[in-house]
Design a protein around this ligand. Structure first.
Ligand SMILES: Nc1ncnc2c1ncn2[C@@H]1O[C@H](COP(=O)(O)OP(=O)(O)OP(=O)(O)O)[C@@H](O)[C@H]1O
Length: 255
């Protein structure tokens, strides 16, 4: 069954009169990348899909059910979101933070079990932050915090993974590790939908792309059909040089 679907969705961008209605079907096993310039509405779309912001028009459906009718706890079992910005001001350790991912699965006042802790520890190991488990999150570096946020989503273990710039702050090795982890999750049947600023990570790891243009236009489909240099140049207002390397197109900004 389609994991997440939108029907004639128009996101609510302040000051923008309208936009191309989005009718998308995100299937289990797919890895979607959302590309577009600053301010085009990528985060707004993520928040709308997660039910955190109302749409201006249209509908979002999760597992065939209208998002508006899904209870918050049920929704948090099905869908998780890594935000672009987090305050992380709450004095919690890395392990405590990852364990927040188990909250949708617990009854009120129920303590996390040993199995919950094991899930959190496995996720922290997968994101290479297990050695930081007892550190306060707000003392971590930006990249370490980003990896903890992805580990928290992994601990939550929803079927639908929404990630707003998951490679933010990550060094090259951890960018690749994060993309491998996300595509691995998709191979295991999850649906991954993420905003990316790095065209080359998208070209390498995403099988579907959604391009959001500044005038409200949009196009989407299989990645190979979307990675058209002229369309990408229009998307970013930037001339590109395209080369093939290691089996994927590589886009370099022209000077
Ligand atoms: N609360 C708000 N009040 C007013 N304008 C807002 C608000 N939230 C978002 N916007 C505006 O909506 C537009 C879309 O913002 P959004 O954060 O979705 O863009 P984005 O594509 O994720 O950008 P970036 O690549 O910079 O992260 C921007 O012009 C932004 O200024």
């Amino acid at each position: 069954m389609t994991a997440l679907a939108t029907r004639e969705l128009i996101i609510d961008i302040p000051g923008r009169r309208s936009g191309r209605p989005l009718t998308l079907g995100l299937e289990p096993g797919q890895v979607w990348g959302v590309l577009g310039p600053n301010g085009v509405g990528k985060s707004t779309l993520m928040h709308t899909l997660a039910g955190l912001r109302p749409a201006r028009a249209g509908e979002v459906r999760v597992g065939g059910q209208a998002l508006a009718g899904v209870k918050r706890k049920t929704l948090a079992q099905k869908l998780g979101l890594v935000f672009q910005d987090r305050l992380d001001g709450f004095p919690a350790t890395v392990l405590e933070t990852a364990l927040i991912g188990r909250h949708p699965w617990l009854r009120p006042w129920q303590m996390e079990s040993r199995a919950d802790r094991e899930l959190a520890e496995q996720a922290l190991s997968a994101l290479d932050v297990i050695h930081l488990r007892d550190r306060l999150v707000h003392t971590l570096s930006g990249g370490e915090r980003q990896r903890v946020a992805i580990a928290t989503l992994m601990t939550q273990s929803p079927d639908i993974w929404l990630l707003d710039e998951p490679t933010n702050h990550l060094d090259l090795h951890h960018q690749v590790a994060a993309m491998e982890l996300l595509t691995g999750q998709a191979s295991a049947g999850r649906t991954v939908f993420m905003c990316l600023h790095d065209l080359n990570l998208a070209a390498r790891w995403c099988d579907h792309l959604l391009l959001l243009f500044p005038d409200g236009e949009a196009c989407w489909g299989q990645a190979e059909n979307m990675l058209v240099p002229a369309a990408l140049e229009q998307l970013y207002g930037q001339k590109l040089v395209t080369v093939q390397a290691d089996g994927a197109p590589v886009f370099v900004p022209a000077r």
